[in-house]
Design a protein around this ligand. Structure first.
Ligand code: AMP
Length: 280
């Protein structure tokens, strides 16, 4: 039975009780509308600790003024049932006023890593993410926290803030879970019409095209990105960014001789989608 908690005090009490039993705690932060990607993190959490908790909070501070906060998909009852099946022991689903009470004014900013890629087109997004994750880490004090590589820049930012602020949590980055045709699972896929759903495949195809070229010996970033761009153009996706970067610093690379990650963000209709992969 997954227990649903509303206040931070209830979470602290629950955590205190499991600590007194000497149990380890894993945490999976989410914005809900759960799919297999989220559930893979929860199952892994349960493998790594006796107790697995999740949070379900559509964090207003990580949405820009013209973004989709108001229409972000929600299904708390369905999410609770999925958590139960994934073995989640308790779920924190707070109101915004519980997380950001009147007078709240502190924020966490991971200065360099948040500058490019998604951070360039979504100002304040990662400050909102880092702030809420720092709060979640403080409320839950987990031993392990699991995040998806789907949000690769977010994962790197959280690893950095964990080190910089001495949380001492083991951060686990989990592989991207995809639909059978390759589309990376995302709560935002629910926005796509069936015609857009077909075009959205351009993102995973773009990444695969670059991977394939790299496997065949092409090292030049410009060539790899050209191959990816062609797939995005073929489905009339509007590219926000397409980049080959160092997997740790997220700095753009000229060649894929060493480890390199290709990252893409593109609009299909009004829906902004992201995907990424290790190349080479
Ligand atoms: P979200 O609810 O979109 O904030 O995502 C919550 C967590 O699930 C984040 O760590 C995401 O990176 C992760 N996640 C979302 N989609 C996927 C996916 N397709 N595969 C793996 N992890 C995912």
């Amino acid at each position: 039975m997954t227990e649903i908690l509303r206040t931070a005090d209830q979470v602290r009490e629950r955590v205190c009780a499991l600590r007194s039993r000497g149990q380890k705690l894993a945490l999976v932060p989410t914005m809900g509308y759960l799919h297999e990607g989220h559930l893979s993190l929860m199952r892994e959490g349960k493998r790594r600790a006796q107790v697995c908790a999740a949070s379900l909070f559509v964090n207003p501070r990580q949405f820009g003024p013209n973004e989709d906060l108001g229409r972000y998909p929600r299904d708390e009852a369905g999410d609770l049932e999925k958590c139960r099946r994934a073995g989640v022991d308790f779920l924190w689903a707070p109101e915004a006023a519980e997380v950001y009470p009147k007078g709240f004014q502190t924020s966490v900013k991971v200065a360099e890593l948040e500058k490019g890629l998604c951070g360039a087109s979504r100002p304040h997004h990662f400050e909102g993410v880092a702030t809420v994750v720092a709060k979640l880490f403080n409320v839950f004090r987990p031993d392990v926290a699991l995040f998806g590589q789907k949000d690769y820049q977010q994962l790197k930012i959280i690893e950095r803030l964990n080190r910089d602020l001495d949380f001492g949590i083991e951060i686990v980055g989990m592989p991207i879970v995809r639909e059978s045709d390759g589309l990376a699972m995302s709560s935002r896929n629910a926005y796509l019409t069936s015609e857009e759903r077909a075009r959205a495949l351009g993102l995973s195809r773009a990444i695969r095209a670059a991977e394939h070229m790299r496997e065949n010996g092409e090292l030049r970033a410009a060539r790899l990105l050209d191959a990816a761009r062609a797939e995005l153009e073929a489905v009339q996706a509007r590219i926000d960014y397409l980049a080959l970067v160092d997997p740790e610093t997220l700095e753009p690379l000229e060649t894929a001789e060493g480890p390199a990650r290709i990252l893409v963000a593109a609009f299909v209709g009004r829906t902004r989608l992201i995907d990424n992969s290790l190349v080479g």
